[in-house]
Design a protein around this ligand. Structure first.
Ligand code: PLP
Length: 349
């Protein structure tokens, strides 16, 4: 008997490569990328640079490696890196900014995960006899743990302008920058225009099986390439991955509004449930985070109850659940998920 399909709302990282990607991977032209001879990868790097409005881009296996190298190229050992208090670079990357770049995070909590220049300005350190100086500001757009929130363009522009005036660099963790672009209507190249570097993921909502891109000036990306090799990320016939990445970049970026509409449907369904105090208007992209506190249940127990009913979803901490929409869940799946979440809430109410 065929197993019942699980509806997987744990993350957009669970997406599988599309049939078109698999076909492109099978027939990809390849060469040795450490010699710069992989034509598919060279094309992807050029297209990614154009999409970000930067001189150059580098293929890396993961977003974590892209952020790690992005931080390394702008900092010196012992510097401070200013980031939002619940940012991915701080909470979910094994302290790579410390481990690889030798930097300390200066965390600033910001409503909705969205930093502003006044919040940053108060936390910058000048350096002196007793303290290290801040050399880099990182922004996360969309902000994962804040529920896929999108930076207002004016906030990014002001942060970049003020940072540059003081000789500081700005790196954007744009793992989901195309979700931000879809929601705001601002092209990714404009979002990242004034940042010194930007990382985005080809995996996650764009469905490539592997890969992220780091974009910046030609000089910065040349240094990034050396750091990638140091981290063991100098790949050989990576064109098989680039072939999927090109489809991710050129085609899958065009369909994200569908995921956002499904997230809205989930959000509105959750907001209608008794005991759940949730404002669906806060959902801007493909991530819905809601509080289960009034149910006096752990998120682990809530996840188990959903799983028993065919829905996979994780807690982000002891009280908040996260639902993420993506290419591999349909509108009907989301409607079914709302029903099941309702049943689980009733069971624990
Ligand atoms: C905002 C953000 N940045 C970076 C990453 C890291 O990507 P990877 O899992 O490819 O290392 C993630 C992964 O979920 C993310 O959500």
């Amino acid at each position: 008997m065929a197993e019942a399909k699980l509806i997987d709302l744990r993350s957009d990282t669970v997406t599988r490569p599309t049939p078109q990607m698999r076909a492109a991977m099978a027939s990809a032209e390849v060469g040795d990328d450490v010699y710069g001879e992989d034509p598919s990868l060279n094309r992807l790097e050029q297209r990614a640079a154009e999409a970000m409005g930067k001189e150059a881009a580098l293929f890396v296996p993961t977003g974590t490696m892209g952020n790690t190298i992005g931080i390394k190229i702008h900092t010196g050992h012992g510097d401070e890196v200013l980031c939002e208090a619940h940012s991915h670079v701080l909470d979910w990357e094994h302290s790579m900014m410390a481990w690889f770049a030798g930097c300390v995070a200066r965390a600033v909590a910001a409503p909705g995960g969205i930093l502003t220049w006044p919040a940053i300005a108060g936390a910058l350190r000048q350096g002196g006899p007793n303290n290290a100086h801040t050399s880099l500001i990182t922004l996360e757009d969309t902000h994962n743990m804040a529920g896929g929130t999108v930076y207002p363009q004016a906030a990014i522009d002001e942060i970049c302008e003020e940072a540059h005036r003081r000789g500081l660099k700005v790196h954007i963790d744009g793992a989901r920058i195309f979700n931000a672009a879809t929601a705001s209507g601002v092209p990714a190249s404009r979002i990242a225009r004034d940042a010194d570097s930007v990382m985005f993921c080809l995996s996650k909502g764009l469905c490539a099986p592997v890969g992220s891109m780091l974009a910046g000036t030609g000089e910065a990306i040349a240094r990034a390439r050396i750091h990638r090799k140091r981290l063991g990320g100098g790949m050989r016939q990576a064109g098989v991955l680039a072939a999927a990445g090109l489809i991710a970049l050129e085609q899958m970026t065009l369909r994200l509004a569908e995921d956002h509409a499904n997230a809205k449907l989930l959000a509105e369904g959750v907001a209608r449930l008794p005991c759940i105090d949730f404002d669906p208007s806060h959902v801007q992209t493909n991530i819905v985070i809601f509080d289960t506190l009034p149910l006096s249940v752990t998120t682990g127990q809530f996840s188990d109850a959903l799983k028993d009913r065919g829905i996979l979803a994780n807690g982000v901490d002891h009280r908040r659940m996260r639902l993420v929409t993506h290419h591999d869940v349909t509108r009907a799946d989301c409607e079914a998920a709302v029903e099941v979440i309702g049943e689980s809430v009733s069971a624990f109410a």
